[in-house]
Design a protein around this ligand. Structure first.
Ligand code: NAD
Ligand code: TYD
Length: 348
C-alpha cells in the first residue's frame, strides 16, 4: 500500500494524472490536493470521485502549517506536484501570484516532504512537474535538451524555473529523492479555455474572433495530455532519482498553421462551408516577451524509459474537438462568471 499525494489534480493535466493513478493502481491510496482556483474544477474528475482508493483534499499549498499537518497526518510515500498558476498572460498581469503558488507553494511541499522523510528516503519520491518554458526561447533551429541552460522570459516561466532549482537544491543538499520533468504544450479534454486550443475551439463554436498574437509565427510543440500522463506514470515509477526528463510531442506547429487546421476541422464538424471559421482569425497585439519557439528533444525519456507519444496530432485534435463539442455544458460552466471579466480585460 502506497500513499501518494497529487497536487493540482482538479486542473487540466492533474485530472488526467489522478484518473490514471486511481484507475491503474488500486493498491495505492491517491490523495488529490487542490485549492480549486479558477482553473480547478471537480467536474474534471467526477468519474473517479467515489473510488475507494481516492480522497480529495481542498487546500492551498501556500498555507505552510496546513501542508505540514497534512504530511504529518498522512505520511505520504510519494508526491506528484502539479499545482501551479499556469497561464503566461495571467503571470504578466499578476507575477506575485505566481511566486506565491509556484515558488512558495513548492517550498512548503519540499519542506514537509523533507521533514517527514529525512533519515529514511527509501521508497520515497518527490516528482516535480515542470515546463519546457524554463529553457527560454529558441531560434529557427535547435531543440531543448535536459542540459540546456535555464533562460526563462515570462514571470510564469521564471517562477517555474525557480521552483525547479529549489527541487534540485533539496536533492543536492538534503538528499531528497526527486525527479523533474519538463514538458511541452499539452492539449486535450478538460483544458481551461484561456489557453490557445480550447479558447479557439470555444470561440469558433460561438462565432467569436480568434485573437492570434502578433504575426502568428510563434512555434510550440504540442503533446496530447493523456500521453503526458503516461510519461508521468513511467517517470514516477521507473525514472532515476535526481534526474530530469524532457517530454515532448515531436510535433511543432506555428500558431497560425495550427489555427488554420483547427478552423478546417471545426468547419467540417459544425457543417460550415470551408473557410468560414478561418474568417474569425483576427491578429491582435502581441504578448510582451513572447517566446518565439519551443521545441523538445525527448530522446532521453524515449531511449531510457521507452516512452513515446501514442497518438498523432491529427488523432489527438479530433478527440479533443469531439470532446469539447460533446461537453458544451462543461465549457459553458467554466466560461460563466469570472471568465467573462478575464476575457474582457485580456482581449478588449
Ligand atoms: P491548470 O492551471 O489547469 O491547473 C492547476 C491546478 O492547480 C488547478 O486545479 C488549481 O486549482 C490548482 N492550484 C493552483 N494554485 C493552487 C494552490 N495554491 N494550492 C493548491 N492548488 C492550486 O494547470 P495545468 O495546465 O494542468 O498544469 C499543471 C502543471 O503542469 C503545472 O505545474 C504546469 O506548470 C505544468 N505544465 C503545464 C503544461 C501545459 O501545457 N498546460 C505543460 C508543461 C507543464
Ligand atoms: P498558450 O496556450 O497560452 O501556451 P504558452 O504561452 O504557455 O505556450 O499559448 C500558445 C501560443 O498561442 C503562444 O505562442 C501564444 C499564442 N496565443 C495566441 O496567439 N492567442 C491567444 O489568445 C492565446 C491564449 C495564445
Amino acid at each position: 500500500m502506497k500513499k501518494i499525494l497529487i497536487t493540482g489534480g482538479a486542473g487540466f493535466i492533474g485530472s488526467h494524472v489522478v484518473r490514471r493513478f486511481v484507475n491503474n493502481y488500486p493498491e495505492y491510496q491517491i490523495f488529490n490536493l487542490d485549492a480549486l482556483t479558477y482553473a480547478g474544477n471537480l467536474e474534471n474528475i467526477k468519474d473517479i470521485e467515489k473510488e475507494p482508493n481516492y480522497t480529495f483534499v481542498k487546500g492551498d499549498i501556500t498555507d505552510e502549517s496546513f501542508i505540514e499537518t497534512l504530511f504529518q497526518n498522512q505520511q505520504f510515500d510519494g508526491v506528484i506536484h502539479l499545482a501551479a498558476e499556469s497561464h503566461v498572460d495571467r503571470s504578466i498581469e499578476d507575477p506575485l501570484a505566481f511566486v506565491k503558488t509556484n515558488v512558495i507553494g513548492t517550498m512548503n511541499l519540499l519542506n514537509a516532504a523533507k521533514k517527514q522523510w529525512l533519515g529514511n528516503f527509501d521508497g520515497k519520491r518527490f516528482y516535480h512537474v515542470s515546463t519546457d518554458e524554463v529553457y527560454g526561447s529558441l531560434g529557427a533551429e535547435g531543440l531543448f535538451t535536459e542540459t540546456t541552460a535555464y533562460d526563462p522570459n515570462s514571470p510564469y516561466s521564471a517562477s517555474k524555473a525557480s521552483s525547479d532549482h529549489f527541487v534540485r537544491a533539496y536533492g543536492e543538499t538534503y538528499g531528497l529523492p526527486y525527479v523533474i520533468t519538463n514538458c511541452s504544450n499539452n492539449y486535450g479534454p478538460y483544458h481551461f479555455p484561456e489557453k490557445l486550443i480550447p479558447l479557439f475551439i470555444n470561440n469558433i463554436i460561438n462565432n467569436k474572433p480568434l485573437p492570434v498574437y502578433g504575426d502568428g509565427n510563434y512555434t510550440r510543440d504540442w503533446l496530447f495530455v493523456k500521453d503526458h500522463a503516461v510519461a508521468i506514470d513511467l517517470v514516477f515509477h521507473d525514472g532515476k532519482n535526481h534526474e530530469t526528463y524532457n517530454i515532448g510531442g515531436f510535433n511543432e506547429w506555428k500558431n497560425i498553421d495550427l489555427v488554420t487546421v483547427l478552423c478546417q476541422i471545426m468547419d467540417q464538424k459544425l457543417g460550415r462551408t470551408t473557410g468560414e471559421s478561418a474568417q474569425l482569425i483576427t491578429y491582435v497585439k502581441d504578448r510582451p516577451g513572447h517566446d518565439l519557439r519551443y521545441a523538445i528533444d525527448a530522446s532521453k525519456i524515449n531511449t531510457q524509459l521507452g516512452w513515446k507519444p501514442s497518438v498523432t496530432f491529427e488523432q489527438g485534435l479530433e478527440i479533443t474537438i469531439d470532446w469539447y463539442l460533446n461537453n458544451q455544458d462543461w465549457l459553458n460552466n467554466v466560461t460563466s462568471g469570472a471568465y467573462a471579466s478575464y476575457y474582457e480585460k485580456q482581449y478588449s
